[in-house]
Design a protein around this ligand. Structure first.
Ligand code: SAM
Ligand code: SF4
Length: 330
């Protein structure tokens, strides 16, 4: 699959549910209305959908959400998708999780062929953790991380940089991930979805600032490691670990974009930062064969836009994109 700008699409992210057991302040409002379960693709349909993408050239699948591990029987989907690793059609099956269920799932994920997980941890302070997530407990996530490590899964920690919240912990996060052998990625707050009374402008901490502060204590060696996504990486010389920065608001990262995103209702977003989308559920349900579905996927890829237009400033103090990150999947 090659889009109009010559980019080869090899990476599919799938939001398997819009639901979550946390309510992170930058991601969701405290009171959320989730999709009725009847709207969701079944696990079998998700498998069919992903398998069509794999046939068309996707080499990497990431399940996300919402919280992927709160979807009932999600292990079945991991098992089904794992077969593409065995045949060699797929290079990687992975997930992004808040870690709340990881202690339970780590071993099984490994059995299904998962080798790496992204786990979101914005703070190492238990009280602050509960404040940010509104419902989470750091201790439980740390148990999940220990289980992931014990199962032999490589871990990358995602931390959203939040002004006045975790900016005093930047060095601690680098030191902690270094000790545990985890990679770390800092993310800038993105203006996606209504988050109730919270103000994103108050939360926004430019990563240029984060990087400058980290350089006071750490030696950050430039690295040409890329994943085709928005992250730019350095290596922390003192820990030997990779450190990434995702800066959608201050930099354009679209020229090398290799990914598209599928929601749990079967809508394909060709860009995280644009509204244009393609309905794949209708062609999926139209027939038992996958011809119509594959044609719809190709047609969608032909519409992949050149780039996003996120903007966060005082004049645009409302989400640039109305849907929440949990719908499209981070
Ligand atoms: N629930 C899982 C988790 O938290 O890892 C997976 C889904 S979550 C939407 C994926 C990633 O997006 C998380 O690392 C989260 O911190 C990040 N995220 C959510 N909303 C965001 C926003 N508005 N701006 C930047 N990052 C966001
Ligand atoms: Fe849930 Fe992840 Fe969003 Fe937090 S960031 S509310 S854990 S989906």
């Amino acid at each position: 699959m090659i889009d109009p700008f010559g980019r080869t699409i090899t990476y599919l992210r799938v939001s398997v549910t819009d639901r979550c057991d946390f309510r992170c302040v930058y991601c969701m409002a405290e009171e959320m209305t989730f999709l009725p379960k009847s709207e969701l693709l079944t696990l079998e349909e998700l498998d069919r959908m992903c398998s069509a993408f794999v046939r068309l050239g996707v080499r990497k699948l990431r399940l996300t959400g919402g919280e992927p591990l709160v979807r009932r029987n999600i292990r079945t989907l991991f098992r089904m998708l794992g077969r593409h690793l065995t045949t060699g059609a797929l290079d990687e099956l992975t997930l992004t999780t808040n870690g709340s269920q990881l202690a339970r799932y780590a071993g099984e994920l490994r059995d299904c062929g998962v080798r790496r997980v992204n786990v979101s941890v914005d703070t190492l302070d238990p009280a602050k953790f509960t404040e940010i997530t509104r419902r989470g407990r750091l201790e439980v996530v740390l148990e999940g991380l220990a289980a992931a490590k014990a199962a032999g899964l490589a871990v990358k920690i995602n931390a959203v940089a939040l002004r006045g919240v975790n900016e005093d912990e930047l060095d601690d996060l680098v030191a902690w991930t270094g000790e545990h052998g985890f990679d770390l990625v800092f993310i800038e707050v993105m203006p996606m979805g209504d988050i109730g009374g919270e103000n994103r402008l108050d939360q926004y901490l430019p990563l240029s600032m984060v990087r400058a502060r980290l350089q006071r204590r750490w030696t950050l060696d430039e690295s040409d490691y890329r994943t085709g996504g928005p992250a730019r990486y350095v290596t922390v010389r003192e820990t030997g670990r990779r450190l990434g920065f995702i800066t959608p608001l201050t930099h354009n990262f679209c020229e090398s974009c290799n990914r598209v995103r599928l929601t749990c209702t079967g809508t394909l977003f060709m860009c995280l930062g644009q509204e244009d989308a393609a309905d794949l559920r209708t062609p999926l349900r139209q027939s038992e064969g996958d011809e119509a579905l594959e044609a719809a996927i190709r047609e969608a890829i032909d519409r992949k836009p050149k780039g996003h237009d996120f903007i966060i400033d005082r004049r645009h103090n409302r989400p640039a994109v109305a849907r929440h990150m949990s719908v499209t999947g981070g």
